[in-house]
Design a protein around this ligand. Structure first.
Ligand code: BMA
Length: 895
């Protein structure tokens, strides 16, 4: 696959590299695309006329095309899903008409390259078959030498329904292997799910945070390439040795030579992060017909290394290669890459445990971040701006790592280019989201190996990628959730075959591809796991997914404090997105906790997720008085729960070396575990993440036994001298205990200060009327703080109407919101409805007597802001009179 390969003038290349981010820059085939239902398809009866051609978008998807043509409504609005499942049962045909210029026609060789066909595709060119595809994650290529004409070429792609294609074979199996989410809509039998047999994004078949849209289409660009003697098919830069003094690199060039052997001149230039040339290599190479690998050694003195955010700069080098064509125009390629070493440290400790830590350029990095899911049901809709918005938000919340979860698609070049630029490390799963698949079928495994090679080659120059992981939750599902046991009971020989297929695929095949192609990035067979260890989800070894909070027994969030893994790669709590996001798919009179539209956008346990949310909200905060309070309290609950876990993970450093919560983003507007909603609005959790993932933070973590474990966290590379202070006060004001001391925190550490029992802090004061503030100060300023409460919020003496707000303009035309707390105010949430305005911090607490001034973002006049301001606080929500569910507005409390 030829990612990072660009054919254009070299000067243009540099300009392009910003826009194209190292992606394949060959222009997409300029063509007019149309789509229709395949004539004779059974769905025509219910949808007559759809066998007429309609305009289509490529890259795109059939759902988006049908929506654009007005055939269907918005698949994200209302409860549209059930009515749109017929699309996944139909066969669709795409047609492109295009002309070819004379220069291209004159060349000896030509190739059509399809970067993404979703999924069972029969491609023909000018009436003759060209290729058949069966893997949406692969790049498909077909030589078209001599098959193009100047005018009126016609490319056709028929997409067969994946359900109809695979159902007979799945139904014929005497015993099924585990799938993921069965369809509630009847389009596919619940006991014969085809998703796991298809190399198509798993979430298209529905997930517990997103809709089921079994779409089809040309989802990534189509390119036409042509050449005479030879062409560059890949350019990679391998780091053989790297330290502060020097980088020893190998430039690896893949050249495809035509039928006749020959010699060619190769020139490689290396530009430093400022665009200055720091090395040039020139060679004459002998090329044999077919594939040739040219390896050129290279050294850079005082290399500017690429670092994750918080550890150094995100410098990147540009490597350009050119091969002359002996008379024909030179062929060129370029990659933009960062120099860094990556090691997955797995030290065994005395107790038999085994660590899991990323070491970048020799520095152990505590990974802070979240899991990323697909950004849309129809991936071609995702823009670079959208990716930047959410990745920037991750960095703004002090994250340094994201895990690209395996049930989606391999992200675009843009995603990784932005991650490189922002210094976000990426844990990259191969695309297996759960359940089990036919790894026992050699053809299936070969398809996955080809897909892995394509994607690793496309992405391997990105320094952000620090792990390739076989799959999500397949090993633990087999070993711990009953899948393996049940199949073994039903058919032991088949179960053994299925497991051997798993081991062959994830233990051998993908490990080998990563070793061959990934330029030194480590491989991990499954998350959670310990690389095929006996136990798959073990707190003492490898990485861990912990779902006893929210999932399974639905333990209270304090249970997070008793779970101390080596690396927590998943844990999560749900929350609803803000009201303006709900308004995007539900009318106000539809906004009821148990209303059908609301339930349609709550995918956990087939719509039962709101009951689970209420369980958590009621345990700590009481029953929400309205839908608006339900949304608000769900966010407060999510934020406070995840903060507890994340701080506990950080406080457990170096035993624990990572904390990635589930999940960063959303696929559509709806309820989920995300901290940023579909429109990019931060939930309360994201504001909390900015504090609990900050370089310096206070962990004061009170468990149900009444003990508060107080530690101070410093992820900085320098020691930090500061003062810690603990104050205990009445919720209405009045401090009754205080302690403080100077301390020096070592670099990249967690320092345990004390374990404090309630009685020591409360000194006889009423726990329901008390709050403790644990703070870290420098030069008299509080740089980090965490509050501890001694009873559940619903039992705390939180008064209503404790917050006074004032909106003011400053001389520069900006606006400020000044908040003053008379008594303790918890979980302030300030918003301006759908005006687009927001505040620069949110979801925080104020101590009695405290004032905070927030900057208002967004160009909105003061009067509009005043009218639109909504303020939520826990004290107000706990005292709110219940609002009848049918009340459309659910009366937000406004001042
Ligand atoms: C995890 C993930 C996802 C899922 C999430 C929430 O374990 O791997 O499969 O969406 O839980 O249930």
């Amino acid at each position: 696959m030829q990612t990072g390969v660009v054919r254009a003038g070299w000067r243009a290349l540099l300009a392009l590299s910003c826009a194209l981010a190292g992606a394949a820059a060959a222009a997409p085939l300029p063509a007019e695309w149309h789509v229709r239902l395949v004539p004779g398809d059974a769905q025509l009866q219910a949808h007559p006329g759809l066998d007429a051609w309609r305009p289509a978008q490529v890259p795109g998807s059939v759902h988006a095309d049908l929506q654009a043509a007005g055939v269907i409504g918005d698949p994200y609005a209302g409860a549209a899903e059930a009515g749109l499942q017929w699309i996944g049962l139909a066969d669709w045909e795409y047609r492109a008409r295009f002309d070819v210029d004379a220069a291209t026609l004159a060349r000896r060789h030509a190739e059509l390259r399809f970067d993404g066909l979703d999924t069972f595709a029969e491609v023909s060119l000018n009436g003759r078959p060209l290729l058949e595809a069966d893997n949406a994650h692969r790049t498909w290529r077909a030589r078209v030498d001599g098959r193009l004409r100047a005018h009126g070429n016609e490319l056709r792609v028929v997409f067969r329904s994946p359900i109809r294609t695979l159902l007979p074979q799945v139904q014929a199996m005497p015993h099924k292997i585990a799938g993921n989410y069965p369809s509630p809509y009847g389009d596919e039998p619940k006991d014969a799910m085809v998703g796991n047999f298809t190399r198509k994004p798993a979430y298209h078949f529905g997930w517990d945070w997103g809709p089921r849209y079994v779409t089809a289409g040309v989802w990534r660009p189509v390119h036409l390439d042509s050449w005479d003697r030879h062409r560059i098919t890949d350019l990679a830069v391998r780091t053989d040795a790297l330290d502060e003094q020097r980088a020893r690199l190998s430039v690896l060039l893949e050249v495809e030579q035509g039928a006749v052997a020959g010699k060619a001149g190769v020139v490689v230039d290396v530009l430093d992060p400022d665009g200055r040339r720091v090395a040039r290599l020139e060679r004459e190479v002998a090329l044999q017909p077919g594939a040739n690998t040219v390896q050129l050694p290279l050294e850079i003195a005082q290399p500017r290394r690429w670092w994750p955010v918080g550890y150094g700069a995100q410098d990147r080098y540009t490597v350009q290669a050119r091969i002359d064509g002996g008379g024909e125009p030179a062929r060129e390629a370029m990659v933009r890459t960062g120099l860094r070493s990556v090691q997955l440290q797995r030290d065994t400790d005395a107790g038999g445990g085994q660590g899991f830590a990323f070491v970048i350029n020799g520095v152990p990095v505590f990974a802070k971040g979240a899991n990323v899911i697909p950004f849309e049901s129809f991936p071609a809709r995702v823009t670079r701006a959208r990716l930047r918005r959410d990745l920037q938000a991750a960095r703004d919340a002090n994250m340094n790592m994201l895990r690209n979860w395996g049930g989606g698609y391999y992200e675009s070049d843009d995603f990784f280019d932005i991650a490189d630029e922002l210094g976000l490390l990426v844990w990259q799963d191969f695309m297996f989201g759960g359940g089990m698949q036919p790894g026992y079928d050699p053809a299936f495994r070969a398809s996955v190996v080809a897909e892995a090679r394509d994607n690793i080659r496309r992405l391997r120059h990105h320094p952000s990628i620090v792990l390739w992981c076989g799959n999500n939750e397949e090993e633990t599902a087999w070993k711990d959730w009953g899948h393996g046991r049940d199949l073994a009971a039903a058919d032991p020989a088949f179960a053994a075959k299925v497991w051997q297929g798993y081991v062959d695929l994830f233990g051998t095949d993908l490990r080998r591809v990563v070793a061959e192609e990934a330029l030194g990035v480590p491989y991990w067979s499954s998350s959670p796991g310990n690389d095929l260890d006996v136990k798959a989800n073990d707190s003492t070894r490898g990485d861990k997914h912990y779902w006893d909070v929210w999932g399974g027994p639905a333990l209270p969030a304090t249970a997070y404090l008793r779970e101390t893994p080596r690396f927590m790669s998943e844990y999560g709590l749900q929350a609803w997105p803000q009201r303006s996001t709900v308004d995007a798919f539900a009318r106000r009179d539809e906004q009821r906790i148990d209303g059908p539209v609301i339930r349609a956008h709550q995918k956990f346990m087939a719509g039962q997720g709101n009951e689970r949310l209420l369980h958590y909200i009621e345990r700590e905060y009481g029953t929400p008085a309205s839908f608006a309070d339900f949304v608000y309290l769900s966010q407060v609950m999510q934020a406070e729960g995840i903060a507890l876990a994340a701080l506990h993970h950080r406080a457990s450093r170096p035993y624990t070396m990572g904390s990635l919560y589930w999940q960063l983003n959303d696929v559509w507007p709806g309820a989920s575990w995300s901290s940023i909603d579909y429109f990019g609005h931060w939930k309360a959790l994201h504001y909390h993440a900015r504090r609990f993932f900050a370089e310096v933070a206070v962990a004061a973590l009170r468990d149900e036994d009444g003990v508060t474990r107080f530690s101070l966290l410093n992820d900085g590379r320098q020691p930090l001298t500061a003062q810690w202070r603990v104050r205990v006060m009445d919720v209405a004001g009045g401090e009754f205990a205080r302690q403080q001391e100077t301390i020096t925190l070592p670099p990249m550490s967690s320092t345990a200060v004390a374990d404090l029992v309630d009685a020591d802090l409360l000194k006889g004061h009423d726990p329901a009327r008390s709050v403790a503030a644990f703070e870290l100060l420098q030069d008299g300023h509080v740089i980090a703080r965490r509050l501890v409460h001694f009873v559940p919020a619903k039992a705390q003496a939180l008064a209503a109407n404790q917050l006074r707000a004032e909106l003011r303009s400053d001389a520069g035309g900006g606006h400020h919101l000044r908040l003053h707390a008379d008594g303790l105010v918890r979980a302030v949430w300030a918003d301006f409805g759908d005006t687009g305005a927001g505040v620069d911090d949110n979801a925080f607490d104020l101590l009695p007597g405290e004032t905070r001034e927030l900057r208002v973002r967004g160009d909105v006049p003061l009067d509009t802001l005043r009218a639109a301001l909504h303020l939520h606080t826990l004290g107000d929500a706990l005292h709110a009179p219940s609002v009848p569910p049918q009340d459309p507005a659910s009366t937000p409390r406004t001042r």
